[in-house]
Design a protein around this ligand. Structure first.
Ligand code: GUN
Ligand code: ZN
Length: 438
């Protein structure tokens, strides 16, 4: 690994602005410097302070027009669904049957899995996303494909085999036992390899038998370093079906809690229709939520209430996810824009600080990775992006009119997209450069 230093404006979140005074949450340095050694940020500060400390032979790369930030962290995404992004005309349960399951069935073919995994990783990096929690399919080879693609770039990816033994097509279902055995074999193969993190992945209560949820709980007890991802309370018909399938349980959250799946290592997508009691269970157990606004708009699922979810009286940790292919964009900037619009419809206006927090440190916290990614702090991986606030003619005009940093950052997240990502670094290596061909 080459050691290097990046010079440019730097911006990072250091605390949760939903729960702390915003002034204490973000650090901006107009002429900053990040020292990278062995793929890790070893020092960061004002260039004027750091320049004397830089090793004499260090390579210094300048980003005079960019803002250097931590790479985005996508808290919830489905890599096998890239081919069905933007599929017309259905809501969740019909959408799964009509588009999602047929697309996922193709991953039984390892060549297909490898091709889509490579595309997916490249697309994340083009959008400035340096870590993601990715759902795979029920085919174990789909997990190998994504971890292999991530490992080639030394990228931190969380992924897991979809556990799904009920109410799904025959070419996708596993059994409670086979899902346990396959997941266990994958955990043994992938733990402590590169930056790959295994995530036990029961799709949701509608496609898992009680025995399978039991097995997911057993895996969580056996391996204290694996995480869990699933879905909850995204769509009203889904919530009603969960109650029909698990009539003895108090509510949707109680299903997962009953099987030992609600704890600080668990993250659930959506959580739009959770009751106060359920949100309290999330708070008390430390389970997290991935907010996926572009998906919620597109599939017509409902309006997530971020203020209620993060109520300081019993806050739930929330990260931000694209949920591609239910979500409509890989861009976390676009996803922040959608989160803003959704909050507006709920009567609150997210600030720029809150929005960039959700897309970086917030998602890292929601995945239990805040000591590794999501902020520019000494000791964190050098997963860094150079954001160009003047990436398009419109953004340039808008940037010229901006009077404050917050105004600039806000307009950038509302109007920006992949074009605003000038460069992406993973573990200190340049893995994407927008203008590389010029
Ligand atoms: N709930 C269960 N599976 C899925 C999925 O693949 N996408 C979304 N958006 N919700 C789900
Ligand atoms: Zn999802």
């Amino acid at each position: 690994m080459t050691d290097l230093a990046l010079r440019g404006a730097t911006y990072t979140l250091v605390a949760d602005p939903f729960l702390n005074s915003p002034a204490n949450c973000a650090v901006y340095e107009p002429d900053g410097c990040i020292l990278i050694q062995d793929g890790v940020i070893s020092d960061i500060g004002a260039y004027a302070d750091l320049r004397h400390k830089l090793p004499a032979d260090i390579e210094l790369r300048r980003y005079p027009k960019a803002i250097l930030m931590p790479g985005f962290v996508d808290a919830h995404i489905h890599y096998p669904q890239v081919e069905i992004i933007g599929s017309y005309g259905t809501q969740l349960l019909a959408w799964l049957n009509k588009y999602t399951f047929p697309a996922e069935a193709r991953f039984i073919d390892p060549d297909h899995a490898r091709r889509i995994a490579d595309f997916f990783i490249a697309e994340l990096l083009r959008n400035g996303t340096t870590s993601a929690s990715a759902f795979c399919t029920s085919a174990p080879g789909s997990v190998d494909a994504i971890f292999e693609a991530a490992r080639r770039r030394n990228m931190l990816i969380l992924a897991g085999k979809m556990m799904m033994d009920s109410h799904a097509p025959a070419n996708l279902v596993d059994t409670a036992q086979s899902s346990y055995d396959d997941s266990k074999a994958l955990i043994e193969r992938w733990r402590q390899r590169g930056r790959c993190l295994y995530t036990v992945t029961p799709r949701f209560a509608l496609t898992s038998s009680p025995q399978q949820l039991e097995m997911a709980g057993a895996l969580m007890r056996e391996y204290d370093d694996v995480r869990l991802q699933s879905h909850i309370s995204e769509n009203r018909a889904e919530v009603a079906r969960a109650a029909e399938l698990y009539p003895q349980r108090q509510h949707y959250t109680d299903i997962y809690e009953h099987y030992g799946l609600l704890n600080e290592r668990a993250i659930y997508g959506h959580g739009i229709h959770l009751s106060e009691d359920e949100l309290r269970r999330f708070h008390q157990t430390g389970a997290k939520i991935a907010h996926c606004p572009s998906s919620n708009f597109f599939i017509g699922s409902g309006l997530f209430d971020i203020a209620k979810t993060k109520d300081a009286a019993r806050p739930v940790t929330v990260g931000l996810g694209t949920d591609v292919g239910g979500g409509t964009s890989f861009s976390m900037l676009q996803t922040m824009s959608e989160a803003y619009k959704m909050a507006q419809l709920r009567g609150i206006s997210l600030t720029a600080t809150q929005s960039y927090y959700l897309a970086t440190l917030g998602s890292a916290e929601a995945l239990g990775l805040e000591d590794q990614v999501g902020s520019l702090q000494a000791g964190c991986a050098a997963d860094i992006i150079a954001l160009d606030p003047r990436a398009t003619p419109l953004l340039e005009l808008r940037a010229d009119a901006a009077e404050t940093l917050d105004e600039l950052l806000f307009a950038l997240m509302i109007c920006g997209d992949d074009r605003a990502i000038a460069a992406t670094y993973v573990a200190g290596e340049l893995v994407y450069e927008r203008d590389a061909s010029n």
